[in-house]
Design a protein around this ligand. Structure first.
Ligand SMILES: O=C(O)CCC(=O)C(=O)O
Ligand SMILES: [Fe+2]
Length: 288
């Protein structure tokens, strides 16, 4: 079993203690963003906001560069209007206990950026930020573990490789397609994207690995899918071997922010026939 590591990693620091996200000063917004670029994953606790307020906060802080949602979607009468806003996804089982909670596919390791469409002036190294707000949180995960979302620091992963391996990967790129769960949503213009395996962060200038998800195909292996899959899996196994997992243990009211340029993540299972989970999710490209 993977050991749960808390704060030996730089990921997952708590910021803006005691603040209300729907009412931040400019200074506080700046502090949030600076902490996010520095730490890759930050958490603001004890929030009580609606989906609409989350959306307004996001626009004010990061801009309106959002993708992958239907602009004509109407309110679902079976879900509280407080949980609904355009561009805000609801993960979990907001309509009650079920065998099939929304977001199960996200229980595999991935970056989220591969769901971003091709847009003029927007490259794969864009600062894509995701925020996930735990409105209702299952009291436990499975096998006696807490309910968590897990993160891997891809800058640390790069730094922990030996020089020869770093050098080899710097010559390589992969094609990425959106992970499975994106394919089921109504994102129409999301083509495959070419991305170097080693990318340089737009703000910090630090090098990190960008692996997408296990559907990524290394350039040169397009005609050999099995080899491509093995390559990805071996590389990812190496990353897992040398990089501690930051496991965020959810409390109701937590909003986690992650910078997709710096981390991979996955949700972890819980018994959705027994417990309710409502998590509001919003992704946005930072306007800089
Ligand atoms: O379910 C989770 O905790 C993770 C969800 C996820 O991967 C996402 O919202 O992008
Ligand atoms: Fe994700």
């Amino acid at each position: 079993m993977t050991p749960i590591t808390k704060h030996q990693s730089r990921l997952g620091v708590e910021v803006l203690r005691g603040c209300n996200l729907s009412n931040l000063t400019n200074l506080e917004s700046r502090e949030l963003k600076e902490s996010l670029w520095k730490h890759g994953v930050v958490v603001v606790r004890q929030q009580h906001i609606t989906a609409q307020q989350l959306r307004e906060f996001s626009s004010k802080t990061f801009g309106d560069f959002m993708f992958g949602y239907s602009k004509t979607k109407t309110l679902d009468p079976d879900i509280s209007p407080d949980l609904q806003s355009q561009g805000v996804y609801i993960l979990g089982n907001p309509k009650g206990l079920t065998e099939t909670p929304v977001g199960k596919f996200a229980w595999e390791w991935h970056h989220d950026k591969d769901g971003v469409p091709v847009t003029e002036g927007l490259d794969m190294n864009a600062l894509y930020v995701v925020m996930l707000y735990g409105v209702e949180v299952p009291p436990e995960g499975v096998n006696g573990q807490p309910h968590t979302t897990e993160f891997l620091d891809m800058i640390e992963a790069y730094n922990n490789l030996d020089h020869q391996h770093q050098h080899q990967l710097e010559q390589m790129s992969m094609y990425h397609s959106p992970p499975m769960f994106f394919k089921s949503s109504n994102v129409e213009d999301v083509p495959k994207k070419l991305h170097p395996i080693v990318s340089t962060h737009k703000v910090t200038g630090k090098k990190g690995l960008y692996l997408g998800s296990d559907t990524a195909i290394a350039v040169g292996m397009e005609d050999r899918p099995e080899e491509a899959k093995r390559f990805w899996q071996d590389l990812f196994a190496t990353v897992l071997d040398c990089t501690p997992i930051y496991s965020h243990v959810w409390q109701p009211g937590d909003i986690i922010f992650w910078d997709n340029s710096q981390v991979m993540h996955r949700g972890t299972p819980y018994d959705a026939t027994k417990y309710k989970r409502i998590a509001l999710r919003l992704g946005v490209v930072d306007k800089g």
